[in-house]
Design a protein around this ligand. Structure first.
Ligand code: NAP
Length: 278
């Protein structure tokens, strides 16, 4: 029996688990962080929660008799990817990174690529007033203006037309406080976040048409996204292109040091090439 640990939380991880669960002689265990209240459950065995760092992950793989690890986590989940590299170096287990290509700007796009959420927040006021924030519920504090900043705009969130105001010359924190945000995430956010906001709880996939209608309904004039890649959530990019809306794109962190592939088929072949106990 070949025991494979799939570090998951993505559609690719679920696709791989579904393929491996159907292979004779393969035991697949998917690991989820436990961040989402009602996660999509992969085929095969599933465990939930952190391992306690790279050392904890190494211990866990030994205890479970794992023969190979596939890191199929999200491109922005850089801590667990680094832990997978360190744990497999410690145990000598083979490790493959399964990820998805990043999105690329298309003709007609107005992308502003930044290195972090904080940098995204800094440039936002120069790009628009009504922000569609799709970076997830973690890191929203980057867009919260400090309490000393100017009070938020009194404009009703869902009825105001796109602002024709010129880019703000106010200091960044005060300019940020004047923005309105549509925050979309799977579970309710908590902690510091923009005061002037509406939270939309939703889970993809999202079509281009639905994203177009949503952005028009809320008079969105700037979109913020991580460069997550994948087809399930790229409709917002096409909709922003259609509407002539600028997009602030957070670049990916450095890739994992492990050998990597974009293909689930490749990952299945790689697993087949790993002998039990190798
Ligand atoms: P992260 O910052 O890289 O990891 C933080 C800690 O969470 C890790 O040190 C680990 O805890 C635990 N963890 C993360 N992924 C895990 C997994 N698959 N199984 C067990 N423990 C895990 O991770 P993150 O960015 O918060 O993402 C958490 C999960 O959500 C990942 O599985 C990822 O695939 C998924 N996800 C992330 C994003 C995103 O934008 N970051 C988007 C969609 C889905 P210990 O150190 O205790 O082991």
């Amino acid at each position: 029996m070949l025991t494979v640990l799939v570090l998951g939380g993505t559609s690719e991880a679920r696709a791989l688990a579904a393929r491996l669960a159907g292979q004779p002689g393969v035991r697949v265990i998917s690991s989820l962080a436990g961040r989402v209240r009602d996660p999509a459950i992969p085929a095969g065995e599933v465990r939930v929660g952190g391992f306690g760092g790279a050392a904890g992950l190494a211990d866990w793989t030994r205890a479970e008799g794992v023969d190979a690890v596939v890191d199929a986590t999200h491109p922005f989940a850089e801590t667990i990817s680094a832990h997978a590299v360190a744990a497999c170096a410690r145990t000598g287990l083979p490790l493959l990174r399964l990820t998805r290509p990043g999105w690329q700007p298309q003709p007609g796009d107005d992308w502003h690529q930044v290195g972090s959420l904080a940098e995204a927040a800094t440039i936002l006021p120069s790009l628009g007033q009504r922000v569609f924030l799709t970076t997830g519920r973690q890191g929203l504090s980057a867009f919260a203006a400090p309490p000393s900043a100017a009070p938020p705009s009194a404009a009703p969130p869902s009825a105001a037309p796109p602002s024709a105001a010129p880019p703000s010359a106010a200091p960044p924190s005060a300019a940020l406080a004047g923005l309105w945000f549509l925050i979309r995430c799977v579970d309710p956010p908590s902690g510091a976040m923009p005061a002037n906001r509406e939270v939309l709880l939703a889970r993809g996939p999202y079509t281009r048409d639905a994203e177009h209608a949503l952005m028009r309904r809320f008079a969105i004039d700037v979109l913020v996204t991580k460069n997550s890649g994948g087809s399930l959530t790229e409709g917002k990019l096409a909709a922003a292109r259609d509407l002539g809306i600028p997009v602030v794109v957070v670049r990916r962190p450095d890739p994992s040091a492990a050998p990597s592939t974009y293909g689930v088929d490749d990952a299945v072949s790689w697993v087949r090439g790993v002998g039990p106990g190798s």
